[in-house]
Ligand binder design. Structure first.
Ligand code: CP
Ligand code: NVA
Length: 308
């Protein structure tokens, strides 16, 4: 079990390259059928606060805790007092008395940080407007399973410079994998995130590029990744965004510029025929369901490392 020198997982930027790699190696061990029900977290309880919808995050954390001999509790902000104005700090202190860890999916990254500062138990970021670190742990695991290495590999993310794009840049930089983001200029990732990723990359030998041209971006790619054009909380911008992203659809024409053995990834849920065609999503290069399954294994590794 890897030693993680942090109480929480708020963003992958806080984790060292070795911590991330150790989590991936443990996840691969835990994925073996004979290790599925190791009771490493017997009697431990995870609380999961959701302020946004979820299929994968909710179900994989809950199933993962059960596999490990513990229990998980779904806490919608529509039901708990936090949704009626009880402060994050008070919620954190109360829940720390009952739980062994808290996962939260919310809007502002500052909410997760405030929860972590006021909790005595580990806090896990299950997606904010800025980051999606659990997703990227599973993604890196999937890439590692497929290629057996990160060095010399290039990931291209095509689409909105959103939470997933931010975490991908940071995760790629940490493991020394080149990462190019192609987006319309108005939807580039946040400049401070790009700077951060480039700073990390300068230490690991990776290259992080942000460009507008999707064809140029995809040249020489081993991993092609996309995500929805309108994230949770941006539903009212959907039509406006569709206009800007028409040239960014991952389709047969675009992927013809990638390396012959590239893999296609998507955090899901997908909007078919928008950011990706069904032909690509269901095509021979797609690993999206392996990627989705790996959420379970990567998070089990994370839970074990943070809670023991
Ligand atoms: N990829 C992901 O986080 O999916 P959910 O929104 O279903 O949890
Ligand atoms: N960028 C998407 C990811 C969903 C898993 C969102 O934030 O809605």
């Amino acid at each position: 079990i890897p030693t993680i020198n942090h109480k929480d997982l708020l963003s992958l930027k806080d984790y060292s390259t070795n911590e991330i790699l150790d989590l991936i190696y443990l996840a691969i061990e835990l994925k073996k059928p004979e290790n599925k029900h190791l009771p490493l977290l017997k009697g431990k309880v995870l609380g999961m606060i959701f302020e946004k919808s979820s299929t994968r995050t909710r179900v994989s954390f809950e199933a993962g805790m059960l596999h490990l001999g513990g229990h998980a509790m779904y806490l919608s902000t529509r039901d708990i007092q936090m949704g009626r104005g009880e402060t994050i700090a008070d919620t954190a202190r109360v829940l720390s008395g009952y739980l062994d860890s808290i996962m939260i999916r919310t809007f502002d990254q500052s909410t997760v940080e405030e929860l972590a500062i006021n909790s005595s138990v580990p806090v896990i970021n299950g997606l904010t407007d800025d980051y999606h670190p659990c997703q990227i742990l599973a993604d890196l695991m999937t890439i590692y399973e497929h290629f057996g290495t990160f060095s010399g590999k290039k990931l291209t993310y095509i689409g909105d410079g959103n939470n997933v794009a931010h975490s991908l840049m940071i995760g790629a930089a940490k493991v020394g994998m080149d990462c190019t983001i192609a987006a319309p200029a108005a939807y580039f990732p946040k400049p401070e995130m790009v700077e951060l990723a480039q700073m990390i990359a300068s230490q690991t030998g990776a290259k992080i590029d942000i460009i507008e041209d999707p064809v140029e971006a995809i040249e020489g790619s081993d991993v092609v990744y996309t995500d929805v054009w309108a994230s949770m909380g941006q539903e009212q911008e959907t039509l406006e965004r569709m206009k800007h992203f028409t040239d960014y659809q991952v389709n047969d024409e675009l992927i013809s510029h990638a390396n012959p053995n590239f893999i296609f990834m998507h955090c899901l849920p997908a909007h078919r025929e928008e950011e990706v065609t069904t032909a690509v999503l269901e095509g021979p290069h797609s690993v999206v369901f392996q990627e989705a399954e790996n959420r379970l294994h990567a998070q089990k590794a994370l839970l074990v490392s943070l809670m023991r």
